[in-house]
Design a protein around this ligand. Structure first.
Ligand SMILES: Cc1cc2nc3c(=O)[nH]c(=O)nc-3n(C[C@H](O)[C@H](O)[C@H](O)COP(=O)(O)O)c2cc1C
Length: 203
């Protein structure tokens, strides 16, 4: 592994090992590795990340150098080390599950991710991949895409100084009404969309 090898942090925001979310994250991670990235795969559940906030991790807006919990500093070090960040998660109530939301709440903290004249996130690229149970032609799918894009790409990434961020919604993640090979083909198409989004992020 060379010192100059770029790093990608792939974050899995799902509680269940073997979820489709985890499979999409693995495919995205493999694509990043194939494109020459050292991949840091962060599975929040398997690493025992606690999404609940605490007084220790509340921002103190009079002190941007506040020392937060060791867990938060360990996680932000992995974020800072990454050139590319790819959170993968199931869409729950038009947003991220609490597991991933808590990671953003605690780790993307004042002084660590935002609140400095020179952004600690400058130059990074980011791709949020949300798996949605809704069918793509569902009247609510546009709202899903719009809400994810506004809250995550603009609200989190851009706010923290990452203009090069994108969101991707993968619809019909439960493959309802599909069986056997048709279902496999559907999942393969979702993987391909995630890989294409990774390629677009890097190109
Ligand atoms: C609590 C909860 C909330 C959900 N909310 C949404 C939603 O707002 N929009 C949507 O399209 N699907 C929603 N779903 C469906 C999930 O997105 C879907 O089950 C998931 O993407 C399947 O991927 P997985 O096998 O990796 O869990 C929800 C599921 C749960 C359990």
């Amino acid at each position: 592994m060379s010192e100059t090898e770029p790093t990608a942090l792939v974050v899995v925001g799902h509680h269940r090992a073997g979820s489709l979310t985890a499979a999409v994250a693995e495919r995205a991670a493999k694509r990043l590795a194939d494109r020459g990235y050292r991949v840091d795969l962060l599975d929040l559940e398997r690493e025992g990340f606690d999404p609940r906030n605490s007084v220790a991790d509340e921002p103190d807006y009079s002190d941007r150098d506040k020392r937060y919990s060791d867990e938060v500093h360990a996680h932000i070090a992995r974020v800072h080390a990454a050139d590319v960040i790819v959170p993968v998660f199931p869409v729950w109530w038009y947003g991220t599950p609490a597991l991933l939301k808590g990671w953003i709440d605690r780790v993307w903290n004042y002084g660590l991710a935002y609140g400095r004249s020179k952004s600690p996130m400058a130059g990074k690229r980011m791709l949020w991949i949300g798996l949605a149970g809704l069918a793509e032609d569902d009247p609510l799918s546009e709202l899903t895409r719009d809400l994810l894009d506004k809250t995550l790409r603009i609200g989190v990434s851009q706010y923290c100084g990452i203009p090069g961020a994108h969101t991707l919604a993968l619809y019909d993640s439960e493959g309802q009404d599909l069986e056997g090979e048709a279902r496999d083909r559907h999942y393969e198409a979702l993987f391909a969309k995630a890989e294409a989004a990774v390629d677009a992020l890097l190109d």
